[in-house]
Design a protein around this ligand. Sequence first.
Ligand SMILES: C[S@@+](CC[C@H](N)C(=O)[O-])C[C@H]1O[C@@H](n2cnc3c(N)ncnc32)[C@H](O)[C@@H]1O
Length: 283
Amino acid sequence: MTAALKPQITPRPFLKWAGGKGRLIEQYHAYFPPQISRYHEPFLGGGAVFFHLSARCHQAVLADLNAELVNVYCCVRDDVETLIDLLQVHQDRHCHDYYYDMRAQGELRSPTQRAARLVYLNKTCFNGLYRENSKGHFNVPMGRYQKPKVCDAETLRHASAALQQTDLTCAQFPSILERAQSPADFVYFDPPYHPISATSSFTRYNRYGFQAADQQRLHQTFAQLAHRGVQVMLSNSDCPFIQDLYRDFYIHQIQASRAINCKAKRRGKISELVITSYPVLKA
Ligand SMILES: C[S@@+](CC[C@H](N)C(=O)[O-])C[C@H]1O[C@@H](n2cnc3c(N)ncnc32)[C@H](O)[C@@H]1O
């Protein structure tokens, strides 16, 4: 059973996730529709937008292609106290050898043990990256943190409370077409971004990557939903390919600071796109 929570606290992501939208939420405010009944997020990742909007939605349907990530969310929703206990053990044992032992472990026992391992690796690996090799094994080296906070019980309990009314699935994004049918649905798409240059972007969250053909399929999905009257919003990089794909919709530019680049001098403000199927009054 989840411990008593302070109701005024907004839930927030419990994982670090490449492409996480935590720092953009304030800018995104102007682009969210005023009324949200059913919320859908088919590229869930760290779920920053879901957690931010959770108090405003009556129902939420959350999905990601990463089965291990979806398992973590299910455990946070359904078994958070066991997860917290397991994370406390990981936190107490954390050191270089323990990290690489955990990373190398094969098939793990229970869903909650697998979830605890993913959260542990996420909090202690380099930059919170999730990357798999060609065999589907997590292969990120350990990060250099003095005392990583592996077990953030309060954040996990608030996330668990926010997830209670959610439907969580491991699915490819086109499955959204079976779920979102009417103007009562709001879909937020945050796919891996299209690279702005041959070497610039991180798009390999899994062994399959996300190619230009996937961006085109996503655009078709966006257009089909919009045609049904579903309210759709999408984030992507600001490049001619994406600008051209979505030319029939509302394209807005925002300024984001680049978070994934490890070369400090290449951090800085960069233009990104927010695309909506509906007009936005204040941008
Ligand atoms: C940019 S991240 C989402 C970040 C999230 N909005 C946040 O704030 O943390 C993209 C996510 O899409 C997932 N993904 C990649 N390809 C996918 C696909 N074809 N269908 C569904 N999810 C996919 C990845 O596993 C990753 O978690």
